[in-house]
Design a protein around this ligand. Sequence first.
Ligand code: ADP
Ligand code: ZN
Length: 217
Amino acid sequence: MKIIALGSPGVGKGTYATEIVQKYGMLHISTGQIFRENIKGGTELGLKAKGYIDAGKLVPDEVTIDLVKDRLGKDDCKNGGFLLDGFPRTIPQAEALSGFCEMDMVINFKADPEVIIQRLSGRRVCKKCGATFHAVNIKPKQEGICDACGGELYQRDDDKPEAIKQRLIVYEEQTAPLIGYYKEKGILKEITINEDFGNYKAEIMGRIFDLIENGTE
Ligand code: ADP
Ligand code: ZN
C-alpha cells in the first residue's frame, strides 16, 4: 500500500505515521526528517535546505521533487509499501509525483487551530533518531531523553513562535489546496483528532486503522 499523510504542521501526522508504518510494515518517508538529517550531516542538500526551513518556508519544489524521486527509485520502495509524510506539499509536487508513482490513499489529518498551536509549541525531537515527543502530551519516560534510543531531545528552530506562524501561512496558501486536488481524484480520506495522544493513543490509532482498512472510522 502507498499512502500520503496530509495535514497542517503540528497536526500530529508524523506521530500517527510512525504507528501506521509499524502496524503495516511499511517504510516511513518523511521529507522533513530527510532534510534534518542532511542538515545535521552538513551535506550539500542540507546546506541548500537549511535557510528555508529555519525561516518556516518551503524548500524549493525542484530540490524536494528530485529528492523524493530518487528515494522512491530505490529497491526497498519498488518492492514494498510506504507512507509519504510531508510530501507532496504543493500542487506542482503532487503533479510531479503522479508522473513517477501511483498512490493508493491520501489521509488528511485534521485538528482544531488551538490544538495545532499547542502541539507545535510543545514538540520535542530526538537529536539522534528523530523520534517525536511532546513536553505535555507525549512525555518521554525521562525528561529530555528519547525513550527509543537515549538521545537528547531538543526543540526544532522552526517550532519557535515566529517560524510557526510563517509555516501555518505557507500551509494555507500552498498545501491546503492538495485536499481538493486529491478529493477530486477520489482517494482522499479525512479524520479529525483533537484528543491528546499520550492518554488516548489506542483509541486514536484504532480510528485511524479503521479508516485505512474500512474507509470509515
Ligand atoms: P511539519 O510537518 O511539522 O511542518 P516537517 O518535518 O514535515 O514538519 O517539515 C519541516 C520543514 O521541512 C518544512 O517547514 C519545510 O521547510 C521543509 N519541507 C519538508 N517537506 C517539504 C516539501 N515536501 N516541500 C518543501 N519543503 C519541505
Ligand atoms: Zn532517539
